[in-house]
Design a protein around this ligand. Structure first.
Ligand code: SDX
Length: 426
């Protein structure tokens, strides 16, 4: 196919710009030479901006397709474990059995925290949000696991840091919950799988035995797989931007956790449950749909809408099915919140406003209901999202640093402030 070209006229300036095309998806105009003509592009929110090339994840919002290294999310969620996905995202291929054993053992080996890190938890008030604790503790890992002998330019150092993060974030998340309710920290166990360990650290205690349920563990694995990566979303772009300055990986991931916390992003699962609890019964759904459509009201239907998906979020479809499985297993099929969510989804999807604006349930709409059914408290939903997304964040951080052409990210602005003026004599 002939190379696409973009012809741009700015006043008397006529520019022929190259067009970049990936293996699949939209073409992009390479505007990197514009600055030499004293011209910038303007794209608040970056809806029309591709900030990098990447081979990790592809999202087709029109088709509702999500691929990780070319594999469809539906097949990965069905056939793989979360650590398979973490390995795939970072290395480019699913692990064979020997690679899986080595990787799993490395994650087990790194799942403990330096004992002094437990003191960081104690600097927080007991009622601190788990995401505040995670930002703090993950950021402080910089002081324990990345000294002057470690270089972000060294692939082995990046691999080790990535494994430490994937291994320790579940422990940090579970301990942030334990700390919030005054429970003693439960340590990871060698004989448990990645998900079994997290659930055990969350719900067992010195005199409480947590009974593993394979249906629950499988559902939790699915939650992790569905949240593992999603190309250049706000938090992943944050990790890349922070990493572009050469900052250490723990600082980068702490920044990603901070960005994910927002209700427009990863905080939406917690906000969705809060919204459903506030709506309380089906008779009040109409009132909230009306509010969501009212421009003068900043209320939005949480768990609905997406910057890219304009007809379905494939993860939401898998999550909804997982919801049915878990609630059936737990005898919660008549769970009022779940029934309310199903009703709300049906009403919204028949409403002209949502249809016209292509607003569909996203991954966060059902994930909170599943996590609530698993006994995970609202305040921990985004922490679980961060736990899963760490696999994607470290893969993108590594990819950016592997790409030698990576420069420090430094966007410009359109200045709308005062022209030069002297300071008055005071
Ligand atoms: C995640 O980027 C990713 O990939 C994110 C994520 C990932 O895996 O990393 O997929 C995870 O963050 C999923 C999204 C979770 N957030 C929510 O569920 C919060 C509720 N959703 C919205 O706030 C919103 O839909 C966003 C933030 C998700 C997307 O917003 P956009 O793309 O910036 O779209 P927009 O705000 O410009 O909305 C377009 C129109 C607006 O109306 P108009 O100004 O054109 O009249 O749709 C309306 C919006 O008011 N709209 C909504 C709505 N979402 C958009 N109206 C009511 N309820 C909503 N939820």
């Amino acid at each position: 196919m002939a190379k696409l070209k973009a012809n741009i006229n700015v006043d008397t300036l006529n520019l022929n710009l190259p067009v970049v095309e990936g293996t699949v998806g939209y073409p992009a105009i390479d505007v990197s030479s514009l600055h030499s003509h004293g011209i910038k592009t303007f794209d608040p929110g970056f809806s029309s901006t591709a900030e990098c090339t990447s081979s990790i994840t592809f999202v087709d919002g029109g088709k509702g397709e999500l691929l990780h290294r070319g594999h469809p999310i539906e097949q990965l969620a069905e056939k793989c474990e979360f650590l398979d996905i973490a390995y795939l995202l970072f290395n480019g291929e699913l692990p064979n059995s020997r690679e899986k054993t080595i990787f799993t053992n490395a994650i087990k080996e790194h799942s403990l925290l330096h004992d002094q890190l437990t003191n960081i938890f104690r600097g927080f008030r007991r009622d601190a949000h788990p995401m505040a604790v995670m930002v703090g503790v993950v950021g402080s890992m910089s002081a324990f696991y990345f000294d002057e002998t470690m270089k972000v330019g060294n692939l082995n150092h990046r691999k080790l840091s990535a494994q430490r993060l994937i291994a320790k974030v579940p422990t940090i998340a579970a301990w942030s919950f334990a700390y919030s309710n005054g429970s003693p920290f439960v340590y990871p166990k060698e004989e448990l799988s990645y998900s079994e360990n997290f659930l055990n650290m969350m719900f067992s205690g010195p005199n409480i035995k947590y009974l593993q349920n394979p249906i629950i563990t499988k559902a939790f694995e699915k939650i992790l797989i569905l949240h593992a990566d999603h190309e250049q979303n706000a938090s992943t772009s944050t990790v890349r931007l922070v990493g572009s300055s050469g900052a250490n990986p723990f600082a980068c991931i702490a920044a990603g956790i901070a960005s994910l916390w927002g209700p427009a992003h990863g905080g939406a699962n917690e906000a969705t449950l809060k919204m459903l609890s506030e709506i309380r019964n089906e008779r009040r759904i109409g009132e909230y749909i009306k509010r969501a459509k009212d421009k003068s009201d900043n209320f939005r239907l949480m768990g609905f809408g997406h910057r890219i998906y304009k007809n379905k979020d494939p993860r939401a479809i898998i999550m909804k099915a997982t919801c049915h499985e878990v609630l059936d297993e737990l005898g919660l099929r008549n769970d009022p919140i779940f029934k309310l969510a199903l009703k709300l989804e049906n009403i919204a999807l028949e409403d002209d406003y949502f249809v016209k604006k292509k607003l569909y349930p996203n991954v966060d709409f059902y994930s909170g209901i599943v996590m609530k059914a698993l006994g995970i408290p609202n305040s921990m939903f985004t922490a679980v999202f961060a736990l899963a997304r760490t696999a994607g964040w470290v893969a993108h951080w590594n990819e950016m640093l592997t790409n030698e052409k990576s420069k420090i990210g430094r966007p410009r602005q359109i200045y709308t402030g005062k022209l030069r003026r002297d300071v008055p004599n005071l």
